[in-house]
Design a protein around this ligand. Structure first.
Ligand code: HMG
Length: 384
């Protein structure tokens, strides 16, 4: 049985901050942000959006009437959820009009949880071939104004349907994974911003990628020459390059150029949005299949998922026969191009105005925001 990602879509709010402008406001050289970190813009999250609204906005782009009937489970991966008890998947189930006769669950392990969600979905469809699973990965990446992490903020969501006979990508069931208790990045319950040892986190990411790559090669006998491209978790786009540079010399000449060109293709969307935490690696995957000019059906892509704390997984997928027809490339590019650019002062106001989702009034506000999310838009500089 072939199981994999049948459909995917992304969503990010309608506001973006230009990082050259931010660099100048912070007294940094713009090239540090655009070249050293590899980010051009970052999503700015208004206070009427949260992981639920973003996840729902991504999922509603792909759900048909038939999907709504067949989806048997909703897996919602996030590390910036709105409740310590109730899962974001239940809100999503209602807002998307899915059947009540479905399972709903939220998963957490930093940026890694979306991948675990996909692997669970894969196992579930193996056991129940007629079912479809909706996996949503949605997050807001916050570090704080004028912190070193600020340039790596962002936010948005990816929604994917896992099913038998997928239109986009088939799982190859070749995962290698590892977990190790590391204090590189975490967010205690009373905090809205992460605590991070940025340089340690970068080192652990690189180390885990290298370790898993060696293990993957041993397990599968594959080499770099077996892949058309890589999708990496991209907290910032340079991170993917740092990881791939460790092994790129294993590829033969032309293959090296191809992998590096496709790495750039995989970075384009993240460059515009920033870190999506759980969704980042899948935005990278979407960017790769949307922007690469040379991918062919039957070719394999490698996917490296990393979540601080730390847990990582490396696996591969195979491009399906008519995958090009089903990639939402134009829609994603249009969404990014149509965003409204905010000034640094507007961004700071919006950052400080984000809802704190405790019980009581703010929860009510969050609910009413959620109800209106499908009708909200921005036209000619005015909210409509
Ligand atoms: P920093 O200390 O401000 O930056 O923080 P830096 O001094 O390391 O400089 C960054 C790069 O810019 C360097 O390049 C500089 O050389 C270069 P590198 O040596 O790294 O290749 N640079 C310039 N380049 C061109 N022109 C210039 C210039 N100046 C400097 N003029 C850091 C950077 C990423 C550490 C910080 O932003 C941070 O802490 N971010 C948050 C943590 C993070 O994103 N970690 C990534 C790995 S962990 C992960 O991916 C998990 C995560 O997503 C969370 C989760 O799992 O839930 C974060």
């Amino acid at each position: 049985m072939i199981i994999g990602i049948d459909k995917m879509a992304s969503y990010t709010p309608e506001f973006a901050l230009d990082l050259t402008t931010l660099a100048l406001a912070r007294g940094d050289e713009p090239e540090k942000y655009t070249i050293g970190i590899g980010q051009n813009k970052q999503a700015v999250i208004p206070n009427f959006e949260d992981v639920v609204t973003m996840g729902v906005n991504a999922a509603r782009k792909i759900l048909t009437v038939a999907d709504r009937e067949q989806i048997d489970m909703v897996i919602f991966a996030t590390e910036s959820g709105i409740d310590n008890s109730k899962s974001a998947a239940i809100y999503a189930q209602r807002l998307l009009g899915l059947s009540s006769f479905s399972r709903t669950i939220e998963l957490k392990q930093a940026c890694y949880a979306g991948t675990y969600g996909l692997m669970q979905a894969n196992d579930y469809v193996k056991a129940h071939p007629d079912k479809r699973v909706l996996v949503i990965a949605s997050d807001i990446a916050r570090y704080g104004i004028a912190t070193p992490g600020e340039v790596t903020q962002g936010g948005g969501a990816i929604a994917m349907i896992v099913s038998q006979d997928p239109k986009l990508l088939a799982f190859n069931d070749d995962s290698v994974y590892m977990s190790q208790d590391v204090a590189d990045f975490w967010r205690p319950l009373d905090r809205t911003e992460a605590i991070v040892d940025g340089h340690l986190s970068t080192d652990i990411y690189k180390e885990m990628f290298l370790t898993l790559w060696q293990r993957y090669k041993q397990n599968t006998n594959k080499t770099l020459n077996d892949f058309a491209g890589f999708a990496f978790h991209l907290p910032y786009t340079k991170m993917g390059k740092k990881a791939l540079d460790q092994i790129i010399d294993e590829a033969h000449d032309g293959q090296r150029q191809r992998l590096l060109a496709n790495l750039e293709a995989s970075q384009l969307f993240s460059r515009e949005v920033g870190n999506l935490y759980t969704g980042s690696v899948y935005l990278s995957l979407l960017s790769l299949i949307s922007n690469s000019s040379d991918l062919l059906p039957g070719e394999q892509l490698a996917i490296f998922s990393y979540g601080s704390g730390a847990e990582a997984e490396l696996y591969s997928v195979t491009l399906q026969k008519d995958f090009h027809q089903y990639v939402p490339a134009d829609e994603t590019k249009a969404m990014l191009a149509q965003r409204h650019e905010v000034t640094v002062a507007e961004y700071e106001t919006m950052f400080n105005a984000q809802l704190h989702h405790s019980y009581g009034e703010s929860q009510t506000a969050a609910n009413s925001a959620r109800k209106t999310v499908q009708f909200w838009g921005w036209r000619d500089g005015q909210r409509i």
